[in-house]
Design a protein around this ligand. Sequence first.
Ligand code: URA
Length: 215
Amino acid sequence: MFGIEHLLPCPVSAPNPNDYSKSSEAELKEFRTLEELMKEVSEIDCPLRHAAKNTVFSDGNPDSGIMFIGEAPGKDEDEQGKPFVGQSGQLLNEMLRAVGLRRNEVYITNIVFWRPPGNRTPSADEISICLPYVRKQIAIIRPRVIVLLGSVAIQALLETRSSVASIRGRPHLISGIPVIPTYHPAYLLRSPGQKSLAFQDFLRIARNLKSSYGC
Ligand code: URA
C-alpha cells in the first residue's frame, strides 16, 4: 500500500503543550549518529545488562518514517540481539503486512535494551536508566509517527498511569511527532478479541503517514 518513499523523516515542529519531549536542543545535537548512540547504550551501567546475553538496540530501517517502541526483549530477542523476533514479533510482522507495510520499512526498538530476568516487567529504575537513550533515538530517527506498543512504553514516554484501553485513539505528541498508542502484540496473543481494535490503530498508522506526507 505504502512504499518506503512515503516514509521520510519529518522536519522539527513548533512546540506544543501536549508534547511529551524531554530532549533539549543540546541533547538532540549530542549524538549525531545512531552508531554513536548504540555504542553509548552498550556501555550503560544498567543492572539488566549483566544478566543478558545481548544488548537489543533496534532493528529495521533508521530512515523510516515509522518508529515502533515496545517494552523489553524476551528470550528470543536476547539470543538474537534483535527486537520482536519471537512470537510477538511474528504477530507484529503480520499486522504490518495487513496495512501494507513490511518490517524492513519500519524502525523498531524497546523501552529497555536488555531482557529482564524471567521476562518480568522492567522496573521503574531500569526504565529511567534506558529512557533518555530511547528519547535520543527518537531525536536521531525523527520519524513521522511513533507507535507505542503496550502500557510500559505508553506510560514511560507519555508520563501517564493510564491503561492502553483508556489512552488509545487519543492524539499525543513526542517532540512534535504524532504518537499512536496501541496494544502490545504479546497482549493480543493472550487476548485475540482485541486484535480488531489494534488493527484499527494500525490503519491509523498507515493513514497518518499518508496525511503527513509532504509535511
Ligand atoms: N516484546 C517486546 O516488548 N519487545 C520485544 O522485542 C519482544 C517482545
